[in-house]
Design a protein around this ligand. Sequence first.
Ligand code: ZN
Length: 514
Amino acid sequence: MVEGVPSNAAAAGSGPAGGARDPRKLREVRIYDTLQEKVVPLNPLVPPRVGMFVCGLTPYKPSHIGHARTFVFFDVVARFLRHLGYRVFYVQNSTDIDDKIIRISNEEKVDFFEVSERNFRLYLLNMEALGVRSVNLYARTTDYIPEIVTQIRQLTDKGFGYTVEGGDVFFEIAKFPKFGALSKQKVESVQPGARVEVDARKRSPEDFALWKSAKPQEPWWESPWGRGRPGWHIEDTAITVNVLGPRYDLHGGGSELRFPHHEAEIAQAESATGLSPLAALWMHAGLLNMRGEKMSKSLGNVEPLDETLRKWNPAVLRYFLLSGLYRSPLEYAGTESLQEAERSFETLAAPFRRLNELWSDLARANDQGSRGPELPKEVMTRSRATEERIIGALAEDFQLREATRQLFGWGKEVNSLLAKSEGYSTEALDVLLAPYELADQVLGFFSIDEAPGRGVPVAPSDISSLVELVLAARQRARARGDFAEADRLRADLGEAGVLVEDTPKGPKWKRKEG
Ligand SMILES: [Zn+2]
């Protein structure tokens, strides 16, 4: 290694290479914790493992580019920690049952699961296009009903939850004095009527639903309190307690979820398990503002992600989404913002592409380029120093802008070297490529397909969309009482090798064995 410059593997204490599997040698990462309101070191409960949970989508409609900001950012968090040698298990939930999903499924006269699954799969395609590959487990709410019921039972057994006439179960906020500690908000600021129903059966208006009894035209599951479905907050803690344990390392989400959602999570989990804290670190990503306003479906200024991806290189979009301070709102002015990001991204990516071309030229000619000019020693030093500064910027609360600035600086150096000669050896090219390759691993905006239109459904290569079309037609037939037609469609699917099973969550299907 080069003298005086800590490579990320040695003097600085960590790195992907030597010693990365030894938890004592992992590089320290410092993160702003919303609860403590300061930057603190990440201290995994069981190093080098990091249990990470991020609140996912409620897929009642296609996701929008505001969601993408959150999920692209947390992708970088997981990538970076893994790069340093942490063994991250990253869980994201999908709220595949909720009021809005039910409303739309009733409007469309289809099963709720069809609505949520359609939007969720589109979301996965969009994420794939954006290079989001770090999630280990996407957990759908309706796959965790028994765990949810168990956790609600623990809460009622311990006196934190109470049942009312009609079969709803509520969490009694008065029993959890810490409620509001994360967001520094007062319980009274839970707005009745906004995501919290006015309900005379509650002991206090701020109490939130753990279990909702089924109304007519609503999907339901059996429970000790009768037929119903989970409240909004309980899925997260039922999932994490079962997948990551009663306490884990890192909880992330969009900043709008701090209150009351994340407060409710803390109240539920800590009351149910008796252990605290639920998460050692709470990270919140800032919102995406559309010309000064929060992008939200209710404000009607939403830009669906698949539309953006049809028009723009996903690498440019990813670059734009990672361009600000992650905790602050990011201003988005539509086309103007992405045009600007595109120009900037081109400047950033051009030397990287040229280096790769030169490397390929040598590889094609089966030549190591050893007759080319030698790289000055200080260039090698600066290559390592650039890598170190990128890692340093990210290890100090994910300073994305500083990491990218380092890469721009390196690009200038590479451009001036290439202006003098393009005849470097593969070994020299590797030195010049190193900071880009590091950035690509952790920020991930080079190695994604650069053609617009990727990640949006065009020609599905598997049969699932077709099967779902037939199942949707079958649901419509059932809804209008034409059970003969519904049975015929099911039989047709059977002949085509697709077995359909009706479950309380709606029809599920699989291919026949053999
Ligand atoms: Zn959540």
